[in-house]
Design a protein around this ligand. Sequence first.
Ligand SMILES: Cc1cc2nc3c(=O)[nH]c(=O)nc-3n(C[C@H](O)[C@H](O)[C@H](O)COP(=O)(O)OP(=O)(O)OC[C@H]3O[C@@H](n4cnc5c(N)ncnc54)[C@H](O)[C@@H]3O)c2cc1C
Length: 494
Amino acid sequence: MVKKCCVIGAGLGGLSAAIEIALLGIEVDLFEQNETAGGKAGSIFIDGFRFDTGPSLLTMPFVLESIFNDSGKNINNYLTIKPLESHCAYFFPDGTEIIAFSDLQKFAAEIINNTSDNKINLITYLNYCRDIYELTADLFLFNDFHDCNTFKKYSSFRTLLNIRKIDSMRTMHKANSSFFKDPKTIQLFDRYATYNGSNPYLAPATLNIIPHVEYNMGSYIVEQGIYAVSESLAKLAGQVGVNIYTNKRVNSILHNDGKVSGILVNNEKINYDFVVSNADASVTYAQLLNDIKTKNAKRYAKLEPSSSAMVFYWGMDYISSLGIHNIIFSEDYQKEFHEIFNKSSCPNDPTVYIYISSKFKSDDALPGTENWFVMINAPYDKNQDWEHETTKSRDRIINKINRTLNISIESKIRGEQILTPPDIERKTSSHKGSLYGISSNSRTAAFLRQSNKSKQYKGLYFCGGSVHPGGGIPLVLLSGKLAARAIAKDLSRT
Ligand SMILES: Cc1cc2nc3c(=O)[nH]c(=O)nc-3n(C[C@H](O)[C@H](O)[C@H](O)COP(=O)(O)OP(=O)(O)OC[C@H]3O[C@@H](n4cnc5c(N)ncnc54)[C@H](O)[C@@H]3O)c2cc1C
């Protein structure tokens, strides 16, 4: 008899899982509480402007491509993915501007001309980042290390033999300070801790695999906008036979004696052989399994969520000189992270990220205008006064942009919508509005993430940014593949 699987949530991780599980010959039903698939990777329209709601930068596109290949399809028939010529334009409080070109020679020239560091510092650093990636990727990204078979592989053995080289004993900031002497270069590379919602002054230097992914492997735009990734995966899911049900919130996962038997949706019980949750792991335990007592549920509830974000979607009545991705740095980076993680408030002097998709996708804005996605790092929701935090942050952001770019933007904002941490939680059921599940502010965090297969509930699997291998587009896609792989393995045993 054909086995049946239910996937809860059509975020990128859920879509990836649903496709890969359908390819195993299993009948898959995918339930999404919202009207459309995509979760955090959504799209909104404001007064004639279109915005990607969450992720804006694509890395490791080969992971996305592999899902199309697995399905016997050509990704180029769905999406146009192009490498960026410059990853980001960085603006510093002292007026320095550094363009992080993807061409290493050009980027090195920027570092030499604008900082006290040199090309050798940069190349040595990026080689070090590459070494960490090569030692860790197989064990920490492409496999589930909670599965003991992973450790039987030669690559895992090699990682363990070279454990010192993965640099987990120092913080990212400490490691970066050992390669560079200029505070600007250090700040530029410390920033990569925020790619998984962490604090560079606490997160282990192993996370320096992230600069490798961006600088040595490349960053990309999707010409149709990032939301097209969600749309194309939803289309692909339909093509491989996944039944997608939108506007359907799963109320609970049914289980008995440690075995999952199905779900409750709209007061209807539906039986399944396998259930995959793309909902946040802590939400899965507390709300869907109604489990606040077992060891794993208690442990997970105690872990610190990653940071969140506050986003201002602004339709701008002018054409700026900015690039696609822009960062305006704060004066005191350490203080900024202290405010976010220790004081749980939005920073007084925030680092401001501006993403303008209309720079490459002109129909995202009207002629003579631009769509600005303006984001700051924010604490996860702890019942702060978000109205106050929003007003404060909006003023600070506007002042900072005006000061840095020597313009006056307030009168140019012609359409606006704001996303706060509670909005993120409301829209995607993300625990306390965190962007990337749990934070990686400790050496052990990577090991504490929920495995892709439940050890406690037979028939239950996990995918998405809150579980192994972590948040961000490529990793959540990998989590879906790993959940499918775990099901395939269990299936082969029956
Ligand atoms: C503002 C912002 C900026 C970001 N920037 C980047 C970036 O530049 N690059 C990058 O790689 N990543 C970025 N990210 C992170 C990235 O978006 C996420 O890691 C990724 O999209 C999360 O995918 P996911 O599979 O965990 O699912 P999510 O997007 O969290 O989606 C989960 C889905 O499950 C659904 N769901 C939950 N519970 C239920 C239920 N009970 N019943 C039915 N449906 C349910 C939700 O509605 C949602 O659609 C950003 C995120 C945000 C919010």
